[in-house]
Design a binder for this molecule. Structure first.
Ligand code: GDR
Length: 358
């Protein structure tokens, strides 16, 4: 059972588990619009091909009581529960301060639902994964400037999103240590991929470059160019999540690449890759929040995941950037056809105003 079906990580996780022969239930937040685009390519409507439908979708209100979530868990009887329900955007937590609390609330209610399901049914083999974030660490530095965060590093979040992720982390630890649940935290550094949302800076840059290449956009507005993050391929991270749940005992693991890159380094790498001069297009936009309490640098140390789980990332930074740019140029080519034939309006803010999406 995977909670939160809309995100990039979930789509890779679903594919990964289906490839391993799992039957996958995806639970999404109920909405009047469909929010399953990222799993549409692997979802088979049971009415069309019941025999092959190993991916099933359910809708729920995730803030509903643990009792309601328990009903779902009783009905599905999962062996593994992956909680990837997320508020996602650190910046948004500045504007809607109470909203990020949902991350902790959902984790708590799910853990409680799983625990009560286990105690009533005796299905004690159920394993729970909590998706954590490097935002729990906040700004920390040492004199060398090469500090990498591991499982023992101090939590000192500098965003409400990070605070809520900390609470979700400790709920998971509590249910493991005090109540005996097989529950693991995966503290993920920035996952990126061609399926990432456009409002994260990596995809915002690659998407904009695709549009610029096709003549659909003229400028790229960016905020803090010196912010530095540890970006890795979301498709690699899902393997680490799965590995955590296959161990003899539950534990917490940092998942990251161990190297950080600044926003301007990514931006320049992308422009260089497509043979464009970035100075002609990139504009510093002070409307894009600098995140007053934002973190300038984050870098992860995944030694434990490598040594205990045997996890190893397959896609490095350069390759990740190239994959994203290649896909976004292809996408922009198709969109150009739609623009030229009048099916998409080039003045659509989706195309010209990427900075609004932050
Ligand atoms: P982050 O990702 O907040 O780290 O959360 P994001 O890509 O939004 O920001 C990374 C850094 O880039 C700076 N920045 C900009 N950010 C955006 N979005 N748009 C811009 O134009 C821009 N210019 C500079 C930001 O200030 C920031 O320092 C991601 C998400 O995947 C979370 O869900 C996850 O928990 C963390 O990574 C780990």
């Amino acid at each position: 059972l995977i909670i939160g079906i809309a995100g990039q990580v979930v789509s890779y996780l679903s594919e990964f588990l289906l490839d391993k022969g799992y039957e996958v239930y995806g639970m999404s937040v109920r909405s009047s619009n469909f929010n399953t685009q990222r799993v549409d390519h692997i979802y088979i409507n049971p009415r069309n091909n019941a025999h092959n439908a190993r991916m099933k979708l359910r809708c729920s209100i995730l803030t509903d009581s643990s009792l309601c979530l328990r009903r779902w868990i009783d009905a599905i009887s999962p062996d593994e529960v992956y909680n990837l329900a997320d508020q996602y955007e650190v910046a948004v937590s500045l504007e809607t301060p109470e909203y990020p609390d949902i991350v902790a609330t959902v984790a708590f209610r799910l853990l409680e639902a799983v625990r009560s399901h286990v105690s009533v049914t005796g299905r004690s083999h159920i394993r729970y994964f909590q998706s954590g974030s490097s935002e729990v660490f906040g700004p920390q530095s040492d004199k060398s400037g090469y500090l990498r965060m591991n499982e023992k590093s101090r939590f000192h979040p500098w965003s409400l999103y990070g605070v809520s992720k900390c609470a979700a982390h400790w709920y998971t630890v509590y249910y493991r240590e005090a109540l005996g649940l097989f529950a693991c935290n995966g503290i993920l550094f920035n996952p990126a991929s061609p399926r990432q949302d456009w409002n994260f800076v990596t995809r915002k840059i690659t998407r904009a470059v695709g549009w610029i290449k096709m003549g659909l956009q003229s400028k790229l507005f960016l905020g803090n160019l010196l912010a530095s993050r540890d970006w890795g391929f979301a498709g690699d991270y899902v393997e680490a999540m799965w590995m955590m749940l296959q161990q003899g005992k539950p534990d917490d693991y940092v998942v990251g690449m161990g190297e950080s890159h600044t926003v301007d380094e990514i931006m320049m790498t992308v422009f260089e890759y497509v043979g464009l001069e970035w100075r002609d297009y990139v504009v510093y936009d002070n409307e894009i929040p600098l995140r007053p309490a934002g973190v300038d640098q984050l870098r992860g140390d995944a030694t434990k995941a490598k040594e205990v789980l045997g996890w190893k990332a397959k896609v490095g930074f350069e390759k990740l950037v190239e994959m994203m740019v290649d896909e976004d140029i292809e996408l922009a080519k198709r969109e150009k056809v739609l623009v030229d034939t009048g099916y998409i309006d080039v003045c659509n803010s989706r195309v010209l105003g990427t900075s609004y999406l932050l």
